[in-house]
Design a protein. Structure first.
Length: 110
């Protein structure tokens, strides 16, 4: 993740065919946190098994990436035992399992 510590625009980084790339859809961090705390009505969240089921054909995801300690502070949730370093957070869950219906299209904002 690149960007300022407490604000501004963040860029999600990933690798594609061995090359680092930056995902282009971006929103301010404070907006991402607000969205994370207010999931859409088509998202059914199950903290007990760390999963989300989406009931819409078009799904927008806001994905936050950070160290596991910061994720615990932000969400109040514990990460899975295997998540000891960098993690991702979607709608308040850390390194979760996404369950989708066939034919759904996902758009990721970072």
């Amino acid at each position: 993740m690149m960007g300022g510590m407490m604000g501004g625009m963040y860029h999600m980084m990933g690798y594609y065919n061995g090359y680092a790339s930056i995902y282009q859809n971006q929103i301010p961090v404070d907006q991402a946190i607000t969205i994370m705390r207010n999931p859409p009505t088509y998202a059914e969240i199950f903290p007990s098994n760390n999963s989300i089921i989406f009931s819409s054909q078009d799904v927008n995801l806001v994905v936050l990436s950070m160290g596991h300690g910061r994720a615990v502070n932000l969400t109040g949730e514990s990460p899975p035992p295997y998540a000891q370093h960098d993690v991702f957070v979607i709608y308040g869950l850390i390194n979760l399992q996404l369950l989708s219906l066939m034919g759904q299209q996902f758009t990721s904002l970072s």
